[in-house]
Design a protein around this ligand. Structure first.
Ligand SMILES: [Zn+2]
Length: 203
């Protein structure tokens, strides 16, 4: 870019395409004119101008010449096949509710909950859910259905299950001792469906 171009950019002319890519648009910002562009999602027109009605990032389709406002940054939410980590909030005989705290390595954009049903909790037969996980435990699970934004989770695979458990008697951390878990405070022993790397993370 020559000196002239640099100066133009600093002055913020309408041809300043570079800035448009990163700039956050707020409601009321003028985005262009209808002679040049087609008003798209998140915009309205006024007196020949295309104006933003939402917060986000300006997107111009090269094909249709439409201007729309997209999300300022991509949303992180669970989808089919996502690996999630979360805390068990409640447990019944046949199911457990999970508050999702991580999607892959990212913090989710919003509040998401999931459900583990006993049929997808383990490859082995489990009689009741408290043998899989208990409230307060941190679990790693896979999203096996996201229909209607209800996240059905599975902990059946080897790398899935409880990654950090807490003693149901005193709340202390449970440590793996062979096939069982033992509380390091009160020595109480408990059973869980653990992930094969139990205790290596989420301490
Ligand atoms: Zn204990």
């Amino acid at each position: 870019m020559d000196d002239n171009g640099m100066r133009k950019k600093k002055q913020g002319t309408h041809n300043d395409r570079e800035n448009e890519k990163t700039q956050i648009i707020i409601p009321g910002d003028k985005l262009g004119v209808i002679e040049e562009y087609v008003p798209g999602q998140g915009t309205f027109t006024n007196d020949g101008n295309i104006i933003s009605s939402v917060i986000g990032k300006k997107e111009i389709s090269p094909k249709t010449r439409s201007i729309s406002i997209g999300p300022a940054r991509p949303l992180t939410m669970p989808t089919l096949g996502s690996l999630v980590e979360g805390q068990v909030t409640s447990v019944q005989d046949k199911m457990a509710n999970i508050r999702i705290l991580k999607v892959g390595e990212k913090i989710p954009s919003g509040f998401f909950t999931g459900v583990i049903h006993i049929s997808t909790a383990s490859d082995d037969y489990v009689k009741v859910m408290p043998f899989v996980c208990k409230p307060g435990d941190i679990v790693r699970a896979k999203v096996i259905s996201d229909k209607n934004r209800t996240y059905q989770l599975s902990t059946a695979e080897k790398n899935l299950g409880v990654i950090h458990g807490f003693c149901s008697r005193c709340g202390g951390s449970l440590f793996k001792r062979g096939r069982i878990l033992q509380c390091n405070t009160c020595q109480n022993t408990e059973e869980r469906k653990t992930a094969n790397d139990y205790g290596n993370g989420a301490q």
